[in-house]
Ligand binder design. Structure first.
Ligand code: NDP
Length: 313
């Protein structure tokens, strides 16, 4: 017989664990499924220096271990490495299936499946991940102060990150694959008028170059002329978009055309009663650990109110 839970949390980033801490303390007996990459995006971040409460900063994996232990302290059931791969929200009791084929019934579901950075797909990019290759200037830019870096992409994120990096780095090379940018006009102008940002149009990264210490440069090519050039630099920031991990909810939950879940204004309710969304799976604008934790808390409080109204708790 399928197990029947009051509250199932999908995902184990700051949103998921914060939801678990609040749900457990509200006696909702949350059951959390971490997915295949427990801890989410912070597991590939070195020092987290902008999460309030850690004056000396903390390593991303260590912070996630702390969050997990805090959730465990209040008796959250954490299913490590287990993925939810199918749902049925016909309701009122929601059905979920793990990758091992186990069926779970849930009175409420909190989705905290996060988003994954889109990468270029180069082998050298993977090799130097955390050794100079990053997808988050706000998280890692500080470590490159005084050094030349590059940013790949030409959307609002790339422009925002290039502007941010220009306050820390002498030169920020920006590689734009077309002869125009996707970013909004105001963001583009900020970049174009910034003397420290050097824009390379029609340019793509051919290879990330490095040694045993980390990144030492990039080989780029002009996709019009075919000319290849090498540039010495210390950091490669990839800002070519994020992909929300929401594929399994297609057809059940409202999402925008890029897959971000749509929640009601000022709360975490989705279009399905008893299903709540938090963290990067529903946030394409802020995408910070602290904002994810904030919406995780909101989702647990919204779920608690829902379960109370249903007479479940
Ligand atoms: P976008 O999808 O808007 O932009 C991605 C950029 O990366 C495009 O310039 C794209 O080029 C480029 N790109 C994609 N794949 C590659 C590749 N393989 N090699 C090189 N370049 C590539 O993503 P963003 O993360 O920038 O933005 C996502 C959403 O968040 C947008 O709606 C944006 O407006 C919003 N946002 C808003 C902000 C704000 O208002 N302050 C800040 C940040 C994001 P091409 O154009 O050629 O496809």
């Amino acid at each position: 017989m399928a197990r029947h839970e009051k509250c199932v949390i999908i995902g184990s980033g700051p949103a998921g664990y914060t939801a678990a801490i609040y749900a457990a303390r509200a006696n909702m007996k949350p059951v959390l499924y971490t997915g295949k990459e427990p801890g989410g995006q912070l597991m590939i971040t070195n020092d987290v220096e902008n999460f309030p409460g850690y004056p000396q900063g903390i390593m991303g994996p260590e912070m996630m271990e702390d969050l997990k232990n805090q959730a465990l302290r209040f008796d959250t059931e954490v299913n490590t490495g287990v993925m939810i791969e199918k749902v049925d929200f016909t309701g009122p009791v929601h059905k979920l299936w793990t990758d091992a084929g186990e069926e779970i019934l849930a009175d409420s579901v909190i989705i905290s499946t996060g988003a994954s950075a889109r990468w270029l797909g180069l082998e050298s990019e993977t090799k130097y991940m955390n050794l100079g290759v990053s997808a988050c200037a706000v998280c890692d830019g500080f470590f490159f102060r005084g050094k030349d870096v590059c940013i790949v992409g030409a959307g609002d994120s790339a422009c925002e990150e290039a502007t941010y990096l220009s306050k820390l780095c002498p030169v920020v090379h920006m590689f734009v694959r077309r002869d125009e940018m996707r970013a909004s006009k105001i963001m583009q102008e900020r970049v174009i008028n910034n003397d420290k940002i050097k824009i390379h149009w029609n340019t793509e990264v051919d290879e990330v170059l490095g040694d045993t210490e980390g990144v030492t440069g990039v080989r780029i090519y002009n996709n019009k002329s075919g000319v290849k050039t090498e540039i010495d630099l210390s950091g490669v920031f990839v800002a070519i978009g994020h992909v929300p991990n929401t594929q399994i909810f297609k057809g059940w939950l409202d999402m925008d055309d890029t897959g971000y879940l749509i929640t009601q204004a000022d709360c975490t309710k989705t279009n399905v009663d008893g299903v709540f969304a938090s963290g990067d799976a529903q946030d394409k604008d802020y995408r910070q650990a602290v904002t994810a934790a904030g919406t995780g808390c909101m989702a647990a409080l919204d779920a608690e109110r829902y379960l109370t109204a249903q007479g479940v708790i």
